[in-house]
Design a protein around this ligand. Sequence first.
Ligand SMILES: Nc1nc2c(ncn2[C@@H]2O[C@H](COP(=O)(O)OP(=O)(O)OP(=O)(O)O)[C@@H](O)[C@H]2O)c(=O)[nH]1
Ligand SMILES: [Mg+2]
Length: 311
Amino acid sequence: MTEPKKGWFQRLADGLSRSSKQMTEQVTATFTKQPLTQEKLDELEEMLIEADLGPHSAARITQRFSDAKFGKSVDEAEIKEALAEAIGEELSSRQGTFDPLSGPRPYVVLFIGVNGSGKTTTLGKIAADLTGRGAKVLVVAGDTFRAAAVEQLRVWAERAHADFMSRPPNSDAAGLAFDAVERAKAQGYDVVLIDTAGRLQNKQGLMDELLKVIRVVKKVEPDAPHETLLVLDATVGRNALAQENIFGNQIGVSGIVMTKLDGTARGGVLVPVAQASDSPIKLIGVGEGIDDLQPFQARAFARSLVGLEDA
Ligand SMILES: Nc1nc2c(ncn2[C@@H]2O[C@H](COP(=O)(O)OP(=O)(O)OP(=O)(O)O)[C@@H](O)[C@H]2O)c(=O)[nH]1
Ligand SMILES: [Mg+2]
């Protein structure tokens, strides 16, 4: 007999367990059964900064927490509830939806981000989800720089039962993207998912190539790409902020995917990234498997981050 599939909240909670474990230990040590004083609040703020939430978010969350609980003696569950509430409020306006099937056809999605951040894996997971919902999906190996990258994506496309387009190594990625969108229009595809390289000869070379891909895609379909998803790896901690800044400013981003939340105790970094970015967090990766990508839900994320159950 196969085990019943885990619910999405449980996957999220499991994925964030490293982050929440650290947070829980500190919360318990600092607060339990003691009146909430200014000194304790300072400790909380420090703890949140250490958990990679960043000084601004940490200050705001501490303030919200203080407004709710100052001077009271609180138990662990109450502290966690108040903290989850404060973090959830911080994030609630930063939650966006990714729904390519409710947009124009073909809906063109570009995946960008530094090497190793999880672009190809995220694309594969999305392709599988979309074909599972009956969509006609074209997967495009726009990372023409490395032969291994093309093969990795081909495997994902096969697993997802999506169609696949590639070119020999070192071909022009923009030319491939152009042909892919043309084909998608001609053949009635619902969604086009375009992978890109994370590293070229240098950073400017990468940015120039991404801009060229976008320019060329617009020649076929002026409103495309309909989504430019920036994929950020949570395990790099506050480095993700710098990446958000560079890609956001130079390329333009419509949504953020934060991956590898399962591989780190630094899941809190999602909070300052969400705050700093003009674009919302749309999806989160909580594992390497095909089902380990979830829509970002601020409240559930906040609860999982502090080790609470779904409410
Ligand atoms: N644990 C975990 N691993 C992930 C997640 N997302 C991606 N990975 C792993 O991270 C590694 C890099 O992922 P890729 O998808 O190849 O990253 P990329 O951005 O395409 O990398 P380049 O093609 O080199 O630019 C792979 O081993 C993935 O399995 C996630 O949410 N959780
Ligand atoms: Mg890749």
